[in-house]
Ligand binder design. Structure first.
Ligand SMILES: Cc1ncc(COP(=O)(O)O)c(CN[C@@H]2CONC2=O)c1O
Length: 500
């Protein structure tokens, strides 16, 4: 019923127009039906409808704009791209600019130099041509050097697969690892629903391990062991462990000692470690630092033959937020040559990732250095964005913790807060009557009252009986006070309505 108000089903006469179409809900791939991705789910669909209402009928809702706090999409909320990155991209995409005399006055010397260097790595300087299926070798050389500089351990360019964002890299690994529903993937709960969606699409089994909200979303190895044992007792062959660090939606940054335990666990149990590190530049608390799992494993003396590790990186996050450019990579280590061939074969089916995304991934991993003309301005842009994100995270964390019945762990990193809301029984009952999950009921009421779009915790998974929602820390800093006041006022009214 609810969905029908969103997508008015064709009128009866129109409905029959589809009855003879070859694809129906009865014969479409059931794995597609099982797949869900709440980050762009029903609440967002409703928000888009309300946005259209506001456009067609200004004043038709008790707010004048929709605030999309559902997706980690910084530049959709006015975050500016990094100047150096865009200068290099522009010059690479239209090399003729490099030959013009006025270019020297419009672009920094190091952007021009970097563009020449990149173009010399592309056969025929043709950014419009297909590249090697793992990506342009020269760019992979640059990325490998960047990984080495970050970790202090060698990285092989031939281990790097440049992809259209981290998402397709995750799908590729699920495609490689999942042969049937007997193949299980250990995933954190709450998790970023790319993982549950990809496992569903590939017909595998998600094996949950619960992060501990009481200890700041701690990842206990005992929980991993228990869940692995339970899965095995059900005949599930667990293939891999997904770790998202810094965490989405939970925002925790793992302690290095905890990471060592996780590496030991994967080695002992023969699991592929899928390390999602797309928020590696998003750490906001001084007591935590990002350590790649590659660095942790190598520092433990574990090399190629000891652990199979896939590290995912993206240009969508950090301080760059270039989501739409679709850039990223996976660094694949610890697989035999014949398996590497299979991974390459899967990558080759898609020919190659887009070249702008490839260039951007190399810039992210090899930014301006001290002494480069762009370094000062680059460092200022980076610091400005990251310090603002840290302030916004703290402001929203405090605001959530000031709400009746709400507790919210600190966002140590990433781009989200995941507050827990203890909903009164009357609200739970009202949600049941509305045939919706309690947290989705709250999120929908919030949207209708304030225009603020959050994602119900149900979309990420949560311990049974607990309710959460995910809110990004991305609205422009000057809008945060309005977000807090609208949210606070709504929450008080909601609790007054359903308290007791
Ligand atoms: C943990 C994690 N991994 C991978 C991705 C995919 O990134 P690409 O853009 O490189 O494919 C995201 C995107 N974050 C989603 C998108 O916005 N909000 C989110 O939760 C993510 O949060």
């Amino acid at each position: 019923r609810f969905l029908s108000t969103l997508h008015p089903s064709p009128s009866d006469s129109m409905a029959s127009d589809y009855s003879s179409t070859p694809v129906t809900l009865n014969n479409v791939n059931p794995k597609v039906l099982k797949c869900e991705y709440a980050v762009r789910g029903e609440i967002v669909n409703l928000a888009q409808k309300l946005q259209q209402d506001l456009k067609e009928n200004p004043g038709s809702h008790p707010f004048d704009e929709i605030l999309y706090c559902n997706i980690g999409n910084p530049q959709s909320l006015a975050q500016q791209p990094v100047t150096f990155f865009r200068e290099v991209l522009a010059l690479c995409d239209h090399p003729l600019i490099l030959d013009k005399s006025e270019t020297q006055g419009l672009f920094s010397a190091d952007s021009i130099e970097r563009a020449f260097q990149i173009l010399d790595q592309i056969p025929g300087r043709a950014t419009g041509a297909y590249s090697h299926s793992q990506g342009i070798k020269g760019l992979r050389d640059t990325i490998a050097s960047g990984i080495e500089a970050r970790d202090g351990f060698p990285a092989d360019p031939n281990d790097i697969f440049l992809t259209d964002g981290a998402s397709p890299a995750v799908h590729m690994m699920m495609q490689l690892l999942i042969g049937s529903e007997n193949d299980g993937i250990l995933c954190p709960i709450p998790q970023y629903p790319l993982y549950s969606a990809s496992i569903a699409l590939h017909g595998g089994t998600l094996v949950p391990y619960y992060l501990d909200e009481e200890t700041g979303w701690g990842l206990e190895v005992s929980e991993l062991e228990n869940q692995l044992k339970t899965a095995k007792s059900k005949g599930i062959n667990v293939r891999a462990l997904v770790v998202i660090n810094p965490g989405n939606p939970t925002g925790q940054v793992l302690a290095e000692a905890n990471q060592r335990e996780i590496v030991e666990f994967c080695k002992k149990e023969g699991l592929v470690l899928l390390a999602d590190e797309v928020y590696q530049e998003n750490v906001y608390v001084p007591e935590k630092q990002f350590h790649s799992f590659k660095k942790v494993a190598r520092s433990m003396g574990f090399g190629e033959k000891d652990i199979s590790l896939v590290s995912f990186q993206s240009v969508s996050k950090g301080f760059y937020g270039e989501c739409g450019k679709r850039g990223g990579y996976m660094e694949v280590t610890g697989f035999s040559p014949e398996i590497r061939e299979q991974i390459y074969k899967v990558a080759s089916v898609n020919l190659c990732s887009n070249i702008s995304g490839q260039i951007l991934a190399s810039l992210v991993m090899s930014p301006p250095k001290v002494g480069d003309e762009s370094y000062e301005s680059f460092a200022a842009e980076k610091e400005g964005i990251l310090s603002s994100l840290a302030r916004r995270a703290k402001t929203l964390e405090d605001a959530f913790n000031n709400l009746e019945g709400v507790t919210c762990n600190k966002a140590e990193g990433a781009m989200y807060l995941f507050p827990r809301i203890n909903l009164p029984g009357k609200a739970i009952k009202a949600a049941e009557e509305a045939k919706t999950a309690p947290d989705a009921f709250y999120a929908r009421r919030l949207l209708n009252a304030t225009g603020i779009v959050v994602v119900p915790g149900s979309g990420f998974g949560q311990r049974p009986g607990t309710w959460h929602f995910r809110c990004t820390i991305l609205p422009q800093e000057e809008k945060i006070p309005a977000v807090v006041s609208r949210l606070t006022e709504f929450h008080k009214q909601f609790m007054d309505e359903f308290r007791g």
